[in-house]
Design a protein around this ligand. Structure first.
Ligand SMILES: [Cu+2]
Length: 129
């Protein structure tokens, strides 16, 4: 009986550790693959629901951008890299809960960067391939 209780404690400890190192469930994904030309991303509680977006190379695509933060401005912009100096696309800023469909021109294959211009800490990898 005592042995079982100890085992359970150990298991609980491991779970707790796993939860801590996982950063509360938000993992940074830096690799993903395109599946069609209709992309979608949601901003909620000042984070995007993904840290990786992907689009097919040399084809125009759309991004359905959902802002779920009331009275808050967000957008999605794509830059050549994380310095955010050279924009490839800058999405219209969406204020409050709304959805905006962005039309993005075809991009050559590459590994780019996306972010919210209002909150640069909201960002991720943008893959075109
Ligand atoms: Cu934002």
């Amino acid at each position: 009986m005592r042995k079982l209780a100890l085992l359970c404690l150990a298991a609980a400890g491991t779970l707790l550790l796993a939860a801590c190192s996982g950063g509360g469930g938000t993992t940074t994904v830096t690799n993903c693959s395109p599946s069609g030309t209709n992309l979608s991303v949601t901003a909620k509680s000042f984070v995007f629901d993904t840290t990786c977006l992907a689009a097919p190379a040399n084809r125009a695509f759309t991004i359905a951008f959902h802002n779920e933060d009331g009275a808050t401005s967000h957008n999605v912009s794509i830059y050549t890299d994380s310095s955010a100096r050279k924009p490839l696309f800058q999405g219209k800023i969406v204020v409050g809960v709304a959805t905006e469909r962005y039309d993005v021109k075809a991009l050559p294959a590459g590994r780019y960067f996306f972010r919210c211009d209002v909150h640069p800490q909201m960002n991720g990898t943008f893959i075109v391939k």
